[in-house]
Ligand binder design. Sequence first.
Ligand code: ADP
Ligand code: MG
Length: 729
Amino acid sequence: MAELRFYALREVFNRQLVDDHTITSKISVIFAEKVFDKRKMEKYLTREAYQAVTAAMEEGTSINRKMAGQVATGMKAWAMDNGATHYTHWFHPLTDATAEKHDSFVDFGDTGGLVENFSGELLAQQEPDASSFPSGGIRNTFEARGYTAWDVSSPAFIVGHTLCIPTVFVSYTGEALDYKTPLLKALAAIDKAAVDVCQYFDKNVTKVIATLGWEQEYFLIDEALYNARPDLILTDRTLMGHQSSKDQQLDDHYFSSIPERVNAYMREFETEAYRLGIPVKTRHNEVAPNQFECAPIFEEANLANDHNQLIMDLMKRIARRHHFRVLFHEKPFAGINGSGKHNNWSLKTNTGVNLFSPGKNPKGNMMFLSFLVCVLKAVYENQDLIRASIMSAGNSHRLGANEAPPAIFSVFLGKQISSTLDEIVEKVTSRKMTPDEKTELKLGIGKIPEILLDNTDRNRTSPFAFTGNRFEFRAVGSSANCAAAMIILNTVVADQLTKFKKAADTLIRKGTSKDEAIFQVQKKFILESENIRFEGDGYSDDWKKEAKKRGLSNVTSVTESISHYLAPSAKKVLIGNNIFTERELEARVGVEYEKFTKKIQIEARVLGDIAINHIVPTAIRYQTILLENVKGLREVFETKVYEELSHARKDLIMEVSHHISQIKQKVHDMIEARKVANKIAGEKEKAIAYEKNVRPFFDDIRYHIDKLELIVDNDIWPLPKYRELLFTR
Ligand code: ADP
Ligand code: MG
């Protein structure tokens, strides 16, 4: 086995740089060449069909059968002109990966030969019989059928020789089985709620879209080393491995020059991304060795999310061409930084206004502040639900681990905005404001934009930070589908915007002027959500104490976190805003528990296998070498000398033996705990048993393995070590 490690290391040292298929034309020329966007639609569709699709894209109108037929014909023609032979409905099941089932265009023609065919029905709807996807029991109770239906708001694209049609995935009875369906509902909810509030300030606002700019972090590992680590292959993370003497202490990787081999890889996947219309913009080294980041220009949230899923897929595939493996796991290596996926989020009107960008005048700022206070209140009231949306087996290693957002939710605003809010609270009293007070307040509010320009204070420890013209939701995990977070965030904010309007309308109906009513509600929201605002160090212990005093929750348990999806307040928001039905919500939570259980189960098995099949035999081999050595000493030396010499060896034998026994015992106990957990019927209870009774063994077992790694002869150690995984490339 140890041979595999050394063979892998030799491979790495002999690696040739893979030709990076360098971008030969300008990015602007290749951009979106594989996307059936408006430009191509105009060319390939009848005028009628073009108008029907653009109306559906922009206003959400539906496309009738006849038009769907015409669109399908045009789409097929474009796809075939660009080398496609197959098509697929591309969707986001609840597995954190996208799914596709390819069908060829061919069909028997009238004369018996094969012809390429693609009808409106095939475009609009398909029945992939995807009965193995998690559904939380929804499909089992009826028929094992799921349907995919075309999401017109996200354009079709070609990957390889396949035309991919972004779709939603629903059950036979209409329940959502994917991320996209509720995301589209949440985006519609925030559109409506935000337009209603905008109407106070600008009658021209008729549509509001949520924007998302994700920052994807990832690790790159050489494939030879990866292949010598069963834990990486099967669980995406290392379940053991002693820290390298040097890792990220010197911060010498962050933003340093990108290694040539990595750069070639980045260029290639970025080129493919450009062809698929993904506007990637930024690439850099991250904090941990061999950790990197990729970020695009932000887009409409649904499209941005499709693009994130697509690029993760691209990155995985193209990594292989460069003999890399990409790790999206939130914590592939203990002791060094994990990976997140910051979700930069904002709202934009059809009039081109960013609602989280302070306006140019008091009126604009009144609008900005109205939205801001709704976000504050939404995060405050729904901390547990928001956390539930980003919590997972992988992400739980990051949250609260002092290098990533804490498991306590708070919002960072920066000094300037904070003091503006305090000013509103102070000036707006329950009695009517005098004209002077009003002018003064408006003047104060009018000052925001200039002040913000030099507002450079950035708080990296906040899970949810205002960064001048958007919020940065930092707690999202690197492997997650952003939709989970975006569904919840957009819904809870939509919910508050609706409440905001209702409260203001009530005051207006009672005779309060519009401006004053808005101020009053802002003040109310500011006061009610005060506890969520925090400008200090989110990693500090003081904050934990302070947060507790404020009544903010701090949940690090995955199963407890998931359970908050079903809290009465969460149901009220999610079901009340028609994002989920009760059944859908329960099913989704069931899937989350199941995913957690399975991840921990797999990790436990892999850990047990490696411990018993790789580590213990290696330790025994080393022990035998030591024993032989002691025996030899006895034969050669007289007793006194022998006793002196053998002392250290005997200690070492004892130490090795101790760790071997501990590993054997703990693996045994872990297996017993698993057996008990496996017998539990309820998904929730089973997940809890796995979290409480199985998972704690991981660190315990690992401790002894890592100790052995330090003492066992390097020549026989079977697994590539952290220093090799992280520093060879
Ligand atoms: P950081 O300092 O966090 O690395 P960047 O300038 O790299 O910030 O931007 C991070 C992301 O924020 C980018 O993907 C960018 O497109 C996105 N972003 C900027 N403005 C908005 C916005 N209005 N809505 C959504 N995302 C945005
Ligand atoms: Mg960022």
